[in-house]
Design a protein around this ligand. Sequence first.
Ligand code: NFE
Ligand code: MG
Length: 511
Amino acid sequence: MSQLITIDPVTRIEGHLRVQVEVENGKVKDAWTSGTLFRGFERILKGRKAEDAWLITQRACGVCPTPHGLASAMAIENAYKVELTGNARVVRNLLEGLHFCQDHILHFYHLAALDYVDVTAVAKYNGNDAALLDVKSMIAHGDTSPFTPRYNRDYRLPAEVNIAAVAHYVEALRIYKRTNEAFALLGGKFPHMMSAVPGGVTIKITPTLAAELLGYVMEIQRFIDTKYLPDVLAVAEYYQDYGKIGAGCGNFLAWGAFPDASNDPQKQLMPRGLIMDAQIHQVQDADPEKVTEHIKHSWYQGEEARKPAEGVTEPEFTRLPERPTGDDKYSWLKAPRYDGKPMEVGPLAAMLVRRDQGLLGLAARLGIGPSVLARHAARALQTKVIADSLPEWLNELDLNGPTFTEYEPGSGEGYGLTDAPRGSLGHWISIKDGRIENYQMVVPTTWNSGPRDADGVLGPMEQALVGASVVDASQPVEVVRVVRSFDPCIACSVHVVDVAEPEKMAEFRIV
Ligand code: NFE
Ligand code: MG
């Protein structure tokens, strides 16, 4: 007898994701991930000035506006053949680097850790740390939000490790704020990055500003070294089985990020490349021409898989089936494929493609493969690699050099590829006389959490769920641990499903 478990929405992620698993004999036999939020940006952008896209696309998401702004600027620069100055490249690396630090720290502590850390252990705290006493008092008053609701099962950390992790949860909020303060010095107040315009950046770094940034960077590095990495290792120690749970599709793609002076995608701090069939020692080149997006199981008109440059976004909501079967459409996410294959993207992909010795060494020591734990470890180690590069980028600046390259708006086609915190992000643009003819965004979570493709092959997150044990169907913590290890984000856009008439799309006039 199999049982269908529906989690809708999954909390502590960004946006609206419904996850369904069919469990038989305590194991997930089949899985469906449905993005239940429509992202209308590709339609909103049509006909607008190409130069406005970097600002508009940032609004797709409150979590990762910076990579969207950068990918958009890069797409326009690619279409107009604009070459960036060295300073523009470096300032963008700094912006993106600070963004990664805040995003990954936020994900571990405030989104994922509560699946492993039992906050209620603080009820027995007897010390005098003000933050922990606050949490203790919250628990005593029954006011446990934002730590609840949660599945109350399978907490394994000893009390003192739990208590320390809660203290770090609170400290991570302060580090998040400090990272955003540093970001604001370069890019304006998050989430409104204002300085990486098409053609370069609008900010010049002075020696005083560089010194101020360095102070922030040292604080962030200290937190990563003394709290974030040790806490991930503590979780790994007590949840070793998660080093074998949630393997996924075994294919990994990274467009890469953080170019050096050569601007060679293979030489970026996070290089471009891919891995097929879990052959982690065979990193191959990645070619954006091989990307298609399938829509057979997505709420868009038709069934034809298309390349992003020729992509269309014609929404056609049918219904959200109780349990998808056969040809059912069940998600707003398209299903991106590389050379016809589903690809996992994100820190694990980026660090495997980088052949990062820290990650490979740790995985060998812990005896783990692609898994829930590997994703958390890769994310933490990636944060460290990036944070440790921030001072080097500051040193690369030519304080008196130019930051912007003049260009003439016109016509052309281009794309911008980067790796965002959640993985490979691509913006494809086609411009006619300065106006957008077509715009397609293929975002990280579309890769990871997209539905089945035209051949019925499950998306990476769906594949990661299959095989996971579920001990108690009323508290399926194993399922959300797998899901959150990807740090999914279904964000953005407006809800356009009309609640009064759920079968119909609401109509909006964009002014
Ligand atoms: Ni909305 Fe994002 C990141 C991008 S989408 S959070 O990182 O690009 O998965
Ligand atoms: Mg898209």
